[in-house]
Design a protein around this ligand. Sequence first.
Ligand code: PLP
Length: 420
Amino acid sequence: MKSEELFNESKKFLPGGVDSPVRAYKPYPFFAERAKGSKIIDVDGKTYIDYCLAYGPMVLGHANPEVMAEVILQLKNGSAYGVPTEKEIELAKMVVKKVPCADMVRFVNSGTEATMSAIRLARAATTRNKIVKFEGSYHGAHDYVLVKSGSGAMGLPDSPGVPEETTKNTILVPFNDEDVLLDLVKDQGDSIAAIIIEPIMGNIGFIPPKKGYLEFLRKLTSENDIILIFDEVITGFRIAEGGAQEYFGVTPDLVTFGKILGGGFPIGALAGKKELMEMIAPSGNVYQAGTFNGNPISVTAGLTTLKQLNHSFYSEMNLKGEKLRDGIRDVLVENDLNYQVAGLSSMFQVYLTEKEVWNYEDAKTAQIDKFTHYFQTLLNNGVFVPPAQFECCFLSLMHSDDDIQNTLEIIDKGMKTIKN
Ligand code: PLP
């Protein structure tokens, strides 16, 4: 197998053979040759229905023709300038129009940079140092937030190399628990700069907020002058045009984006209320900068993507999601399995546990060893889901009824593999 050969070669030059930990799975990951629509094709010529979708960005499917055409036009005019472009204004205007909390936007290169900058801004605005994050949430790979993190870091000890002085200011709380936060804010509220939250936890599978939880957070933070940051790197432009904040009707002070905003190219952004955003350099003195910030290729791809995300797009994605999740529930019933099917709109995951999942501790009851067998069965049969129980799966506009039907048959095989 060419993928196996490439992985053996890769391990000599890239740590663990990959450039991001979750990509490495046993015995070896497939290496991509190309991708189109709902499919990804490996170097051995095998086609997979793709529910990883590059971990979220490819909401229109791979190689969307409009995005490709605009990107090629832009490429011919240069790929980085180091000076502003009109398209940056256009994309910022679009974000402001779609996203309730956004008056202004700063484009960066990744979700990691976006959350790092949002936290710095919140600390500057409040002149407080502490931040609160949720167990199992993932906000990128920077030091402030690499504590009991989700995604590839899920279940690993916190990373060496992160100074205690940095993380002593990061307070962990369980998701969906009001009492813990009430006590915390009562005790330490006047030293907390921000609460950063994935409004739907998408790096530990899929965990929605309990009814009223986001409203509770909004009230608590407003009353205590704490900045509420929604990390919508996954949910932004996926759950609704205005993201989870529109879907749940709760407006944070700051929001972070990545993934879909770049239409398949690297991007990140923070956005929020004008008075906060204007504290960022050069209009204010909170430093944030980047050689590739507002890169014209990423901005072009983002603009062309966002223009295609209208009301009918979201209705269609909801239908596809419901069809797949209902189908998976039927498969589980037929196999006499009482696992949890979680999801909303075009996000989903099957937790291999009988316990309802509302937080990190619940998620950890999932049978990870069984998930590995399930994943392998799906992969062998041409369905690619992220290779870990604690990632979320995604649908794109290009996933057809046939894709969904085929996938359900293969999920049935996957469930049969792990039944005993
Ligand atoms: N925040 C969330 C919610 C994410 O899911 C991710 C990445 O998966 C990040 C931040 C970090 O984004 P990036 O990988 O672009 O740095």
